[in-house]
Design a binder for this molecule. Structure first.
Ligand code: MLT
Length: 407
């Protein structure tokens, strides 16, 4: 019989959000008609904004004409969208960006999961703890993680704890990792790093020849002046960092899927012969081979976000979620919960009360208050004793959920 990739057998049986969904389904099947408020997975609830809908309709009509029909598109994305991204997300903010450094894709989850394809299986990895589980799980799949230890950590991954004790600011690594994942605004803690703190990371990577994988999926939620929205706002970052962006939370594309990844031309790794090799052509080779490009329709939809109307409408949506986060923070703090995040982020990270474990609190909230959240321990050992709630909901449900939690 043929051999499988045994690394998959080393993983926990199911992906965090699948496990949460399974437990919620079991509960709702057993209690039909229960009024469950879902604040678990960070899935948006507001409809796509009118500018996007109009653009999608026009794109559908294009596909119905012989002249404007689009089949396979460029694997790296259409120029009409890449030029808007380069201009509005970067150059207008003082960050140099060439269109061929932008790789449009079906989302940041796939890209953060796939990026390991262009890295050596022997790279040593560091992650913040708690962390978006995709970074760890995909390194387990690739054989970089070592073995799962009793404390829930993988032996070859360096964990950088982020807890109330250090203000949720990770310390610099001590094991000289080759690859470091940072996500800011952070999923799951909802916290941000200042410019000075990000400068320390870029400086660290430059001194140690490490690659910084910077997930900026939540950048649109940054409202505090001075907090960077892109790692390339930091001098020298183009030589050490890949940045991942998403239209999911920014513009409600979780269902229709779209994101992009920046691989600057200056960024180089080391080949087996010791020579420096640029990563940009490697990622292009990977994408052209394994990916056929995001759909024409979705890219036309995203293009509309860069019109004045689209930009205003999508900002209003993000403001709406930030309003929910403010309601949550206010209500939860008044009720005595210790909370982090929720200011430049859609996530509120709360300390579980009465020493409950994260999964105990999950069960308690689901069964007693019909609220779904995500157990902090699912994001890593340092998430134990914490719980994540999302602001992706209606204002009405947010207010109702907070009222239930206040009880
Ligand atoms: C989350 O809830 O952490 C995110 O929605 C997951 C994702 O973006 O894949």
């Amino acid at each position: 019989m043929f051999a499988i990739n045994d690394n998959f057998s080393r993983l926990p049986a199911s992906y965090l959000f699948s496990e949460v969904a399974r437990r919620v389904k079991a509960y709702t099947d057993a209690h039909p008609g229960s009024d469950v408020i879902r604040m678990g997975i960070g899935d948006v609830t507001r409809p796509l904004c009118p500018a996007v809908i109009e653009a999608l309709h026009r794109a559908v009509d294009d596909e119905g004409t012989a002249e404007r029909f689009h089949g396979y598109g460029p694997e790296q994305g259409y120029r009409f969208l890449a030029s808007e991204i380069a201009l509005h997300d970067y150059r207008e903010r003082g960050i140099p960006m060439d269109e061929d450094e932008i790789f449009i894709s079906d989302g940041a989850k796939s890209d953060t999961g796939n990026i390991g394809d262009i890295l050596s299986p022997s790279c040593r990895v560091a992650v913040t703890d708690p962390v978006y589980p995709v970074y760890v799980d995909t390194n387990v799949m690739a054989g970089r993680a070592g073995r799962l230890m009793e404390d829930g950590r993988w032996s070859n991954i360096e964990y950088l704890p982020c807890t109330a004790g250090n203000g949720f600011v990770p310390a610099l690594p001590v094991t000289a990792p080759d690859v470091i994942y940072l996500c800011y605004p952070n999923n799951p803690t909802g916290t941000v790093l200042t410019r000075g703190q990000l400068e320390e990371w870029v400086d660290y990577c430059r001194r140690h020849g490490a690659l910084l994988l910077f997930d900026a999926a939540y950048e649109a939620f940054v409202r505090t002046p001075g907090i960077p929205r892109s790692i390339y706002e930091i001098e020298g970052a183009r030589e050490v960092a890949i940045e991942f962006r998403s239209f999911s939370k920014t513009a409600g594309f979780t269902g229709i899927r779209l994101g992009y990844t920046i691989v600057p031309k200056e960024l180089k790794g080391r080949g087996a012969d010791g020579e420096a090799v640029p990563l940009n052509p490697l990622w292009r080779r990977r994408q052209t081979t394994k990916f056929n490009g995001a759909s024409y329709l979705t890219q036309r939809g995203a293009e509309a976000l860069y019109t004045p109307e689209g930009a205003r409408q999508s900002r209003e949506t993000v403001d709406y979620y930030l309003g929910n986060a403010a309601v949550m923070l206010d209500g939860l703090r008044k009720a005595g919960y210790e909370c982090a995040g929720g200011v430049d982020s859609p996530y509120v990270w709360i300390k579980t009360p009465d020493g409950m474990t994260s999964w105990e609190f999950f069960d308690y909230l689901l069964t007693r208050h019909n609220i779904v959240g995500t157990p902090g321990s699912g994001f890593g050992p340092s998430g134990e004793g914490y719980f994540r709630l999302t602001a992706f909901n209606t204002r009405e449900n947010t207010i109702r959920a907070v009222a239930r939690l206040e009880k």
